[in-house]
Design a protein around this ligand. Structure first.
Ligand code: PMP
Length: 404
């Protein structure tokens, strides 16, 4: 059992009032709040060891380099990568996906195929469209059904020896649906395609095991898992990272530079040009330690309780429709109320201190599929409570009365 009051005390922001009401923060899918240990670690870095990494012989530079590499090692352990050099620091999921899509420009030929799903965030659609425009490859899309689940038989039918890469999210940000990624990875590998998993929405809720999954790439953001903004990780299998060209040129990523020819550094530095977000990278390690201390099994169990409670309570509301009607779901409820624009509900409940996301959630194709302008998305974290959910349900009911 989690001691929720103790956990809540770790997050200074949660004790605020917003518009005169206690803050109820249900926009965790957009970004999570940060515990005091994470905030303290950022301050400690700048107070004590701030220096550039991998370049100075002086003490501070070595301390900062050690802390950065220790953090890489923590991520390696956390996702069970085989090697630390398969773990690349990025600025977030978007950066990681673009890095891979850019690299595939040197691999794809006209007529090759890239498979994405209908459930993707724009950041796992647009880079692949740009890649297809550049190379003459063709984008194929796995459809979804009315429950918001991928239609697996249609995915099977899309695969052929023309498929070069398949890219899907682990958990949908718009609906919370958990995708059958192990199945997708195995099937894609059977035709020789690589697989990238967008884990942005998964890492706050579970601990991915990249070796067990056998994915070729796994991208995620630090800020959704209690870490700082502007941090992220791209895991890539060694053989793939060796095959792909560098994404950006600059300092740190070279072995030798002459005007005739430049040779590139070994992994992971080949993909880490320039001065990175050093503090952020180090503090991401602190965030991962914090989550592991709480324990992902406990987080999973408690968040499921929150999901069940929210689904039950929201279903009391007349005219509600919840999208993503499946048992395989993270603690996210995406819904609409008959005849009311999601933005109007979101604005009214904000006045009551409740933060939800309204809109298309950077997933316009899903909204087009359901023929809606957007949804109201409440995404729960382990620091939320059933009482907060009750407050949201009351607020939504109040908004409904005001608007109808
Ligand atoms: N993919 C998914 C599924 C997401 O939810 C998000 C963030 N909303 C992203 C990618 C992009 O993440 P970031 O903005 O941190 O790069």
């Amino acid at each position: 059992m989690l001691d929720i009051q103790k956990i809540r005390a770790d997050f200074p922001i949660l004790s605020q009032t917003v518009n005169g009401k206690p803050l109820v923060y249900f926009d965790n899918g957009a970004t999570s709040q940060k515990p005091q240990v994470v905030i303290d670690a950022e301050v400690k870095y700048y107070n004590e060891i701030n220096a550039n990494i991998h370049r100075g012989v002086h003490t501070l530079s070595q301390l900062a380099t050690d802390a950065y590499e220790i953090s890489r090692g923590k991520v390696k352990e956390h996702i069970n990568a085989k090697h630390a050099h398969e773990v690349l620091f990025t600025s977030g999921t978007t950066h990681g996906i673009n890095l891979v899509a850019n690299g595939f420009a040197s691999i794809l030929k006209p007529g090759d195929e890239v498979v994405v799903s209908s459930l993707e965030h724009h950041s796992n659609i647009v880079p692949w469209q740009m890649l297809c425009e550049k190379t003459g490859a063709i984008l194929k899309v796995i459809p979804i059904d009315q429950n918001g689940e991928l239609i697996v038989s249609e995915f099977d039918a899309l695969l052929s020896e023309k498929t070069k890469i398949v890219t899907v999210n682990h958990i949908s940000n718009a609906l919370g649906v958990i995708n059958p990624i192990k199945y997708i990875i195995d099937k894609a590998h059977a035709v020789g395609a690589a697989v990238l998993i967008d884990g942005a929405q998964a890492v706050p809720h579970l601990k991915p095991d990249v070796q067990e999954l056998d994915c070729d790439f796994y991208a995620f953001s630090g800020h959704k898992m209690c870490g700082p903004t502007g941090t992220g990780i791209l895991y890539g299998k060694e053989e793939w990272l060796n095959k792909l060209p560098p994404y950006q040129g600059g300092g740190e990523m070279i072995k030798e530079v002459t005007f005739e020819k430049t040779t590139y550094a070994d992994l992971p530095h080949k993909f880490e040009a320039g001065t990175p977000n050093i503090a952020g990278g180090i503090v991401l390690g602190t965030a991962i330690d914090y989550l592991n201390e709480i324990g992902f099994d406990k987080i999973h169990e408690y968040e499921n309780e929150l999901l069940e409670h929210a689904t039950k309570r929201l279903n009391e509301i007349e005219g509600i429709r919840i999208y993503g009607n499946t048992k395989n779901k993270a603690s996210v409820v995406s819904f609409n109320i008959d005849g009311i624009h999601p933005y109007d509900i979101g604005s009214i409940i904000d006045k009551l201190g409740i933060a939800v996301r309204t809109g298309h959630h950077c997933a316009q194709p899903i909204m087009n599929f359901f023929c809606i302008p957007g949804t109201i998305r409440a995404s729960f974290s382990f620091y939320n409570t059933k009482e907060e959910i009750d407050a949201m349900v009351d607020a939504v009911k109040k908004a409904q009365t005001m608007l109808s």
